[in-house]
Design a protein around this ligand. Structure first.
Ligand code: FAD
Length: 391
């Protein structure tokens, strides 16, 4: 068995080189820590490579709003440093209302955003049609959130890793961690030691920390041929909020994204089918049919490729960010479901602050992994018989 000597011993080991591990490695290295990143396959090969790259403020809960608002502000601040390959596009989001009742939801969202100093604009049907002429006529309006944007998310993760390496971090790819103990990780018969271990293994995080209530939530996406200008903002139906929030076994919602070069990514679906990676044409057809209800000409567009990914989902729709009680030195940064690209930077800022004992930039208590330790779960369940449990 090989053990690390003190000369080569890192201060922090990050397990997983998705966008969460990449951002955490960057933040920890910037704080002066010697960081080692261990990745089972290659960087950005998990959910990060399979996602959509929408940077979006969401207000499902006060904690989600705080983390997404912090993170989108960080992406905007970082934008001037991002190389063209990251394809940062400050295109904004339009949440689409199909009828008057959804327009009431739009107005409520506008008020809630205004209370938190997040810019947004209520659009009537004519404004909506002029901003996005390929939407069908007859929609009630929408909410434009101009501070949202899009990145090419695997390239953003690779760039964050490059920045971490420039600050002294090391990346080992093809290196699967078998076990995490107090201040140590096991890779085959090698044991690597560090003061800080971060489990950033996405939907696979429970394989290393079995008590984590994270499950894979399968999602399909499709990408079209090049149709420059067809979509100008990230367009999402308001019903997406219920689709993302409710842990039903299967749902689809209209969600399309303009990519640099004129391609359009069409989403999205959510399914709870474990790690079943098979491609089901029926789901793809359902998703494209839903999108075509909003943008009829999409139905005739050339789809070049469809693929799936697994979002790391938690019962309360919030990620786990912070110390894991019971395993000294272990920190969790996982469970970001459909918002991990957006919230990677905020997550990293929280982890770096908590590890260093600094005041975090926002209240981190709602994300504390300790809420899912067996003791806490028993208490929560007896306090509320209706509380959500791991699906
Ligand atoms: C269809 C779809 C659309 C999405 N759209 C968006 C969007 O528009 N905006 C947004 O913000 N988010 C979106 N997401 C969510 C986002 O992609 C995820 O939340 C995010 O990528 C999670 O990042 P991660 O680093 O935690 O996980 P991952 O990217 O899965 O990275 C985990 C890494 O850990 C490695 N690993 C696992 N086990 C081990 C081990 N034992 N040893 C070493 N390495 C290990 C894996 O190989 C992997 O590379 C989407 C996701 C999907 C699937």
């Amino acid at each position: 068995m090989r053990r690390t000597t003190s000369a080569e011993r890192p201060d922090a080991i990050v397990v997983g080189a998705g966008i969460i591990g990449a951002a955490c490695a960057h933040a920890l290295a910037r704080d002066g820590r010697r960081v080692l990143v261990l990745e089972a396959h290659h960087a950005a090969s998990g959910a990060t490579g399979a996602g959509m790259g929408h940077l979006v403020v969401m207000d499902d809960s006060p904690a989600q709003l705080a983390l997404t608002a912090l993170s989108t502000a960080q992406w905007r601040a970082l934008a001037p440093e991002l190389p063209p390959a990251v394809e940062h596009d400050p295109c904004g989001t339009i949440w689409i209302a199909t009828d008057d009742s959804e327009l009431d939801v739009v107005r409520a969202k506008h008020r809630s955003f205004a209370e938190h100093a997040i810019a947004s604009e209520v659009l009537g049907p004519l404004d909506l049609a002029s901003l996005e002429p390929n939407l069908r006529p007859g929609l009630a309006g929408g909410l434009l959130v101009p501070g949202d944007g899009v990145v090419n998310q695997p390239r953003a993760a690779l760039w964050l890793l490059d920045q971490a390496r420039a600050a002294g971090a090391t990346l080992r790819e093809g290196c699967r961690v078998d076990r995490i103990d107090a201040h140590a990780v096991h890779v085959g018969d090698e044991v690597l030691h560090a003061e800080v271990i971060v489990n950033a293994a996405g939907a696979e995080a429970p394989r290393l920390t079995p008590e984590l209530p994270i499950v894979p939530r399968k999602g399909y996406l499709a990408i079209t041929d090049r149709y420059p200008g067809f979509v100008r903002h990230q367009l999402v139906e308001l019903g997406y909020l219920a689709h993302a929030h409710t842990m039903t076994s299967e749902s689809v919602a209209f969600n399309v994204q303009p990519r640099a070069g004129g391609q359009v990514i069409v989403g999205s679906s959510r399914e709870l089918v474990g790690w079943d990676a098979s491609l089901d044409d029926r789901m793809v057809r359902r998703m494209i049919a839903r999108a075509s209800e909003f943008m009829p000409s999409l139905a005739a567009m050339q789809m070049l490729r469809t693929w799936i990914g697994f979002r790391p989902a938690t019962p309360d729709k919030l990620p786990l960010i912070g110390a894991w009680p019971g395993v000294p030195g272990l920190w969790i940064a996982a469970g970001h479901e459909g918002l991990g690209i957006t919230t990677s930077l905020g997550t990293a800022a929280l982890i770096a602050a908590l590890v260093a004992g600094r005041e975090p930039p926002i209240d981190a208590s709602a994300f504390a992994p300790a809420r899912y330790t067996p003791q806490q779960s028993t208490r929560a369940a007896s306090a509320s018989p209706h509380s959500t449990s791991a699906p």
